[in-house]
Ligand binder design. Structure first.
Ligand code: ADP
Ligand code: MG
Ligand code: MG
Length: 881
């Protein structure tokens, strides 16, 4: 195998093998840009090293051959002779992991070569400064010595010399520092600092390999979902020196502003310094524009190269460069990270410049970025010192009075107050409070905690795991690390984009992008909105997937429609059984005679009909999929423990009666119990009442001149027999309503596919279904055997940390497992019934990665919460490019 590539051999498409840094150094070399010569050791070699603990047998000789070639080319030898060659040994993985792995500069310096370097450069100070940097970096990264040990000595040297920065240390002072540093090495490792240049290089290469498995690097990969088995490449690059005096320096530059996306010259420059000084922030940099004054020739050359790079990469590039005595050298480039706003602006700019086409412009932005642009935010100027920091669980900025329980949240919100729900952690009982609150703050739990997952699903701001906070729910207060107390009603502000908590009210600016979607801001109201508008238009033109909304109320449906929904893919009917209607449901459950039961149903019918009429009106002309009642009935009854206490205290007859029912309906695993179609089959009249309400609402809308398009969906079907029975009953009711109102309603009847058995027998089920809607939440629960509410709080964090999955299967569809059932059901369903309509209504419908999967398996539409609609539209468009 070939383990080493010269910079002249590689190119930008070899990132897997050469890492991003190595591949792009090769690409710049090919473009004829001034890159110091060098070579790259492949990620293959790193993986072999990490696996076996030693380098591949042939690596040493291959490195020797490339080093020889480099030495011949430079006419200098590594760390030897009058004009010693020095190199850097640099890490660089396929995906950029800034600062997470190691790099060592000035390899080749020793007690001997430092004098040669001094003589050659005519600058003793420079040579000793470079040597002390080598020992310091090598000591820290290769020998594992605490960096503070060196830093302390530098501080002491500066203090002794009475100077503020290390540039001001004299050659003699630096010599003393080198002596001290070498002592630190001996003290820490029992060995002298290695004087053999090749040994330095080999040790550094090995250390860079090993830094792939460093703690920082592992943590970063988990956060960024970078696979753990890629390994890093190692680039060996001839040194150029930015620390050779005032006509030298080092800097970073961007071809456009990575924060705003606007065109111009952005970057920082540090005269008389080596690269790591900029990153370390040891001295203050000057804006890049200053370079124009300091060194106009290099500045002009830099601008020219930036243009070459943009025209070549067709994207924003970031750059590391060094100027050695007036000569510019390129040390790194890559397609640069950018904010969400910048991504949208840049994509449209490049499109307008004719550098990329429309489909490529779409690929340059993402649904995740769009989602970020839709949250309100705090202005950077307005934010004070945070009182605590937690995990940025769900982005956005929220301000409100702190409340410590769900009921108070609901009550205060109903009174028109903005509240932040503060809990140690949340559970399903907090749902009402979470809905009522502007934002959620917890002191425990990670990114997959209940609070985080639910908040993201609702598009609600959430900071979780703010461990410095002590939340005392009983006393209705929280205490910060420094003892600040926030009691119920005190206003706090939370920033879910960065995980910060503030006391008091921080000023918020609404998202102009949301105002645009709402129709209250014109498509050309600012350059960000107009970029979003143009890319959304492109996405809508490209996409094959329809996008519908999960909406239960006319209000949600209307908003979803403004956001671009092409119908409702899931209307849950359970909310129509809550609040004041709960009592009617109780009557239904407690009914002891046929008469009592139908009285309860008769009372519910007009209420349901009213709900549907409003909903059909809001979505007039577009399909509305109504799911018949899904949750277990006991969810509508009081809590067992509370009720028992009440009965024990007051012996109320009705409560005693209720208690019997609650006991009777109690289930060990409600999720797998009496719910969905099973309810329809054993609670007489329940489903037919709902079907009647739907049909009558449709008939009324029709009479009013509307165009209602209801679709009826049966949940939790496992076998076609269940569906057939419910279907026959439903058809009879619809026919009756049609006769009574003298209309033809043609209401499609379909089913959810959310049990493995349904997916496995999809061919049979399709015979009786006009459509399928994949309920990927329940399907994920039943395929994995996970109870979502339990697993996310208990062991998902551990699973994520152990890399069992990179992301929760409730967040992004598990394409291999759950996805293969979806795929099979699509194939079998369409084979049985070519006109079968296929959609998905699980939360995955609004998740970017999942949208791509649903596009690929050929669904007709995805359905998601109203706030995610633009995200789904954009991602569906991207999936089609
Ligand atoms: P990172 O990935 O952390 O940026 P780099 O390998 O890019 O690490 O190197 C760290 C710093 O050292 C950068 O500022 C880089 O420009 C500088 N550097 C790396 N190699 C050389 C070299 N051969 N000559 C001069 N400076 C270098
Ligand atoms: Mg770098
Ligand atoms: Mg379900």
């Amino acid at each position: 195998a070939k383990y080493v590539y010269d910079f002249t051999e590689g190119n930008k498409d070899l990132k897997d093998l050469l890492g991003g840094k190595g591949a792009n150094l090769a690409e710049m070399t090919r473009l004829g840009l001034p890159v110091p010569p060098g070579f790259t050791i492949t990620t293959d070699a790193c993986r072999a090293y990490l696996l076996t603990g030693s380098e591949p047998a042939t690596l040493h000789d291959e490195v020797s051959a490339h080093l020889d070639a480099l030495e011949r080319r430079m006419g200098r030898r590594l760390g030897r002779g009058d004009d010693p060659l020095l190199v850097s040994v640099r890490s660089g993985a396929k995906f950029s992991m800034p600062g997470m792995m190691d790099t060592v500069l000035n390899i080749g310096l020793s007690d001997e070569s430092v004098s040669a370097l001094a003589a050659q450069a005519g600058d003793e100070r420079f040579a000793w400064d470079s040597y002390r940097r080598l020992i310091q970096m090598f000591g820290r990264t290769v020998l594992g010595i605490q960096g503070d040990r060196f830093e302390e000595r530098i501080d002491a040297a500066r203090a002794a010399a009475g100077v503020a920065t290390d540039v001001e240390l004299t050659a003699d002072q630096l010599k003393d520092l080198v002596r001290d540093f070498k002592e630190i090495v001996v003290a820490a490792t029992g060995r002298a600092f290695p004087q053999d240049p090749r040994e330095q290089m080999d040790l550094a290469i090995r250390a860079v390999f090993a830094s792939w498995n460093g703690e920082r690097a592992g943590l970063y990969r988990r956060q960024e979902r970078i696979p753990h088995d890629l390994g890093t490449a190692v680039s060996v690059c001839a040194m150029v020196f930015g620390n050779l005096g005032p006509d030298s320096g080092t800097g970073v530059a961007f071809t456009r502003d990575p924060a705003s996306g606007h065109q111009g010259v952005y970057g920082d420059y540090l005269p008389n310094a080596q690269g790591e000084d900029v990153v370390a922030g040891i001295r203050n940099t000057v804006p890049l524009a200053e370079l124009e004054r300091l060194d106009p020739a290099s500045y002009a050359e830099l601008l020219r190269i930036m243009e070459v790079l943009e025209n070549h990469y067709l994207d924003l590039c970031d750059i590391e460069f060094t100027i050695e005595r007036g000569r510019l050298w390129m040390l790194q480039t890559r397609v640069g990270k950018r904010t969400a706003a910048a991504a949208f602006r840049i994509a449209v700019q490049l499109l307008d410049q004719g550098l990329i086409d429309e489909r490529e412009a779409l690929r340059r932005v993402s649904g995740g970025q769009l989602a970020q642009l839709m949250f309100p935010r705090f202005t950077t100027e307005s934010a004070p010192e945070p009182i605590a920091t937690g995990i940025a669980a769900s982005p956005g900025a929220a301000v409100g009075a702190a409340v410590f329980d769900s009921a108070t949240a609901v009550a205060r919100a109903a009174a028109g107050e903005r509240v932040i729900l503060v809990r140690r952690e949340t559970n399903p009982d907090d749902l009402d409070g979470m809905i009522a609150a502007q934002g959620i703050l917890t002191s425990r739990g990670g990114k997959t905690s209940h609070a985080a997952v639910v908040a993201r699903g609702m598009g609600k701001t959430c900071v979780c795991g703010a461990e410095e906070l002590t939340v005392d729910v009983a006393a209705r207060r929280l205490t910060t690390a420094d003892g600040t107390v926030v009691t119920e009603g005190d206003v706090i502000s939370i920033d879910g984009s960065v995980g910060r908590v503030y006391a008091g009210e921080v000023a918020v600016v609404p998202s102009s992008v949301v105002e645009y979607f709402e129709g209250t801001a014109a498509p050309d109201s600012d350059d960000l909105v107009s970029a979003v508008h143009r890319l959304m238009t492109l996405a809508d033109r490209e996409r094959h997937l329809g996008v519908r909304a999960n909406a239960d109320t006319a209000e949600d449906a209307a908003r979803a429609r403004r956001f671009g929904a092409e119908g409702v893919g899931l209307c849950r009917t359970e909310h129509m059984f809550l609040g004041e209607r709960r009592e009617l449901v109780e009557r239904l459950i407690l009914a002891e005679s046929e008469g009592e039961r139908s009285a309860a149903l008769d009372a519910l019918l007009p209420l349901q009909r009213g709900d549907f009429t409003e909903l059909f009106e809001a979505m007039d002309g577009l399909p509305v999929t109504v799911r018949l009642l899904d949750p277990p009935l006991h969810e509508f009854l009081p809590d067992l423990t509370e009720l028992s206490v009440r009965v024990a205290l007051d012996h109320d007859e009705r409560d005693t009666h209720l208690l019997t029912a609650v006991r009777r309906l109690h289930e060990q695993n409600p999720m797998l119990g009496l719910r969905g179609v099973r309810l329809g089959l054993v609670v007489p009249g329940l489903f037919t009442m709902q079907v009647r309400a739907i049909a009558e609402a449709a008939a009324r809308r029709r009479a009013a001149g509307g165009n209602p398009r209801p679709e009826i969906m049966i949940p939790l079907v496992g076998t076609v027999q269940e569906l057939e029975i419910v279907r026959d009953e439903a058809e009879a009711v619809i026919a009756e309503v049609e006769r009574a109102h003298d209309v033809s309603l043609s209401i499609p009847l379909g089913t959810m596919i959310e049990l493995p058995r349904a997916a496995l027998t999809a061919g049979q089920i399709a015979e009786s279904a006009d459509f399928f809607s994949f309920g990927t939440n329940d399907l994920t629960q039943t395929v994995w055997g996970f109870s979502r509410d339990d697993v996310e709080a208990s062991f998902f964090t551990a699973y994520l940390e152990k890399g069992i999955f990179g992301v929760s299967p409730f967040e992004t569809i598990d394409a291999d497992g759950v996805g293969s059932l979806v795929r099979a059901a699509v194939t079998a369903g369409r084979a049985a019934r070519p006109d079968l309509k296929l959609g998905v209504c699980g939360e995955h419908g609004g998740d970017p990665e999942s949208v791509h999967f649903f596009h690929e398996v050929g669904l007709d539409y995805v359905s998601c919460s109203p706030f995610r609609i633009p995200v789904a539209r954009l991602e569906a468009g991207r999936a089609a490019t």
